[in-house]
Design a protein. Structure first.
Length: 259
């Protein structure tokens, strides 16, 4: 069984991150793609049989305006951690239909989080996963909105370190045996321009998406599904009991979601 991560760009001209784990949690592929054809080609060998694909993008969008129910429920728990999900609705041309839905139909993946089908897809959110898995008080600031390149690089490298630490988790994630991962880390360490970090962050997020898919399969009792397959949803490892948000620095407080 394969566990696939897709950090899917909402627009078809932007880069998406792609990652694949095998049944033992070993990273077998990590990289990037742009068009739907490129994404489908990259994923095809891994979704022909049993698989769970974790997609960071709105997957089921039936509401004509406002927030989906899953986003509203999710934000009640995660907004204080600076991991807010922004509204997806069919009034937005990007979600009529959602790109993720089109890809799932093309690949023959069942998007219902409660399905027992062999080939499934779930909507995930890496920022939420970092809060729950690593017990962070706020999200790491490695996204494009962070203008300080050195800070952004340091935050992305911290993310890389945390992901590598999942080698001792249950289920385990094995990335350091992947030459592509080691090369990705070197590229991040050498980055001193925004565009260089832009090219690296999506594959890193895709690895975490793949791990959430693995976690969902192996530890279903420890995940939270906000919403459902009818109105849209977000799947994430459950918040640890007692985890509290870190106080927000007004100078660095986000004004919008990184999603």
């Amino acid at each position: 069984m394969y566990f696939v991560g897709l950090d899917l760009a909402w627009g078809v001209r932007n880069q998406s991150g792609v990652a694949v784990l095998d049944d033992d949690g070993r990273l077998v592929q990590v990289g990037a793609a742009v068009s739907d054809d490129e994404i489908a080609t990259a994923l095809a060998p891994y979704v022909e049989g049993p698989c769970v694909v974790g997609i960071d993008a709105p997957l089921i969008v039936n509401n004509p305006s406002g927030y989906r129910l899953g986003e509203t429920l999710y934000n009640r728990d995660f907004a204080a951690f600076e991991a807010t999900a922004q509204p997806a609705n069919s009034r937005n041309p990007l979600f009529d239909p959602p790109r993720a839905e089109v890809l799932c139909e093309r690949l023959g993946l069942n998007p219902d989080p409660h399905s027992r089908a062999d080939r499934r897809a779930i909507e995930v959110y890496p920022h939420a996963a970092t809060i729950s898995l690593f017990e962070l008080g706020r999200t790491l600031k490695y996204k494009r909105r962070t203008k300080d390149v050195a800070k952004r690089r340091d935050e992305l490298l911290r993310m890389v370190d945390l992901i590598e630490g999942l080698a001792d988790a249950v289920p385990r994630l094995g990335v350091r045996g992947s030459p592509a991962w080691l090369e990705l880390r070197k590229r991040i360490e050498a980055s001193d321009r925004p565009f260089q970090l832009n090219a690296c962050e999506d594959p890193v997020d895709a690895v975490l998406c793949a791990y959430v898919a693995l976690y969902f399969q192996r530890r279903r009792e420890d995940v939270t599904i906000y919403g459902d397959g009818e109105v849209g949803y977000i799947v994430t490892p459950a918040l640890p009991p007692g985890l509290t948000p870190r106080a927000v620095n007004p100078a660095t407080a986000p004004t919008e979601s990184d999603r």
